[in-house]
Ligand binder design. Sequence first.
Ligand SMILES: Cc1cc2nc3c(=O)[nH]c(=O)nc-3n(C[C@H](O)[C@H](O)[C@H](O)COP(=O)(O)OP(=O)(O)OC[C@H]3O[C@@H](n4cnc5c(N)ncnc54)[C@H](O)[C@@H]3O)c2cc1C
Ligand SMILES: *[C@@H]1O[C@H](CO)[C@@H](O)[C@H](O)[C@H]1NC(C)=O
Length: 540
Amino acid sequence: MGNVISWIQKTVLSIFRPSHPLNTIAIISGILGDQLPPASTDYANAKYQYATSSYGEEHHMNPALIVIPKNKDDIVKTLQYARSQKVAVAIRTGGHQYSGASSTAAPNIQIDLKKTFQGPDDRRIFQRGGETFVHTSVSFGLGEFNDYLGQNGLFVPHGQCTNVHLGGHVQSGGYGQLGRSFGLFSDHVVSVEIVDYQGNIREVTRANDADMFFGILGGSPGNFAVLTHFTIKVHRDQDYKGSRGLKSLFFYNPRTLERLLDILVEMSDNDDFPGNYDYCVSVLSSSNKLLDWFTEGGLDEKMREQHPEIYGDDGAPFWPRVIVVYAQWVPFSPSDVPDMGWFDRIREGSIFDVPPEIKPMSQLTKQWIFTNIREFDNPYVKSTHLTDSRTLGKDGWAAWMTKRIDAVVAPEANRVWLSAQLQCFGGEHSKFTTNADNGTSFNWRDSSLCVTADAFYGPGHKQTALDWHTINEQEGIGPNGKFCKTDRRVHWGSFGDYDLNKVWDVYYDNQEKYERLVKIRAKADPDGLFTPNTFSVARQ
Ligand SMILES: Cc1cc2nc3c(=O)[nH]c(=O)nc-3n(C[C@H](O)[C@H](O)[C@H](O)COP(=O)(O)OP(=O)(O)OC[C@H]3O[C@@H](n4cnc5c(N)ncnc54)[C@H](O)[C@@H]3O)c2cc1C
Ligand SMILES: *[C@@H]1O[C@H](CO)[C@@H](O)[C@H](O)[C@H]1NC(C)=O
């Protein structure tokens, strides 16, 4: 083992040799899974994060070793080893954290759980007290998890990117199309199975450890323990018969955008808007992978027929700038009736629709999933904010937002591509609001609207994206901000300062809450084992 320490020291000094003998042997003894040091052939692929393109250098995503555990015992051994060496462990499942927080710098280690728990015992559905639950491992992607539920006539709210994995998602909330009607994914969690800093395997519930439950679910993903499995309450299609969803496509046009945002504002400013409705407007620059947004409904055939100009000589489509709208209605009681006029207003002028016919909820949740891994194959300047404003109408937000979006989408050759989502979350009847007391620590539950505006950029055009982003922040956020008086961010859509403790006030409701999490962290991570980077809650 002595040579392990010297190897890590060498790595710190970046003087390892590609032909290092440790390349071919297990580095932590007794581990059954793979271990990848930097010199191994698979290391470069294995260390890839969604955020590598944007922050690979800045955020130091170069672990001294990547451990791919085969089982819980491998996790325990890795943690014990790391503790003995006084290095930290970054925990990764899907690698989709937008700032790269599931990676770390040498001499720290990364544990990668994306394949660890996918056996037949890692997932099952069971009933208890008339309710349905799923016990699952963290190692499944959202698309796969959604399919599994769907095959069983079940659903639960969750995010919309197929390759986001449950490991991070369960700790970062799970914001998605069902936000108002059903709340967050994590609002449904009843127990979490962990390996703690001492290597103890235990189950955490709200009843047996309210602090740890609170910390893990929303406090700061990866900073409390290694999650292996969890149990989540799910909904049955049969209890929501009559649900409908509309998916509409529009060629981009600022007038259309402003009209659709006006509908959004109507909903967002109205605290009494019924909880049955969910609505999200997306804007995508040209050359996006639109067929990954519309896997159903025959978009490709229809467009080949009606808009052959989109297809090149090679038959591959080059999609122009578009707006995509998702709108959903779900009954909570047999007497609930949808306002079909609401769907009709939204659809006006669309070039393609998946119409709002009655469909089981599990089919709708599948319909809302984006099936590609990345929106654009470029680095990005990210931005996700919530607002508690109920005066977006009065403040002229829709016109301002349209102008800001147009500023980046209209210039054809600026080498900056937008992926934006604007979605309602609020109101007295919204489950995002009313689930606030489920024992989790997710923030900003009194918010009305969430806006993501990610600017992907080509080589040499980062500054264009940054300049656009900076104006949005300056005009949108602040005492006279068009969008919100305060800066409200979320872990799942993090950006900007990577030192969480420095900017805690934009991620957490208030100081009291943050200080509670600091105390919980001090107990859960006394040695800094789960502190692999600066995007971590402080421990004192
Ligand atoms: C293209 C894209 C689309 C997205 N869409 C949505 C969306 O619609 N809704 C939404 O809510 N979010 C969305 N997200 C954000 C995503 O849900 C979160 O970043 C989520 O935490 C990612 O989980 P992961 O396991 O894939 O990523 P990772 O990067 O592996 O993990 C994310 C965080 O969780 C920690 N973690 C991961 N696994 C474990 C574990 N087993 N034990 C302990 N800690 C762990 C990591 O240390 C890291 O801090 C999107 C992200 C991307 C890149
Ligand atoms: C979350 O809170 C809501 C509202 O109080 C409740 O109906 C639901 O059962 C809770 N979920 C869990 C998993 O505790």
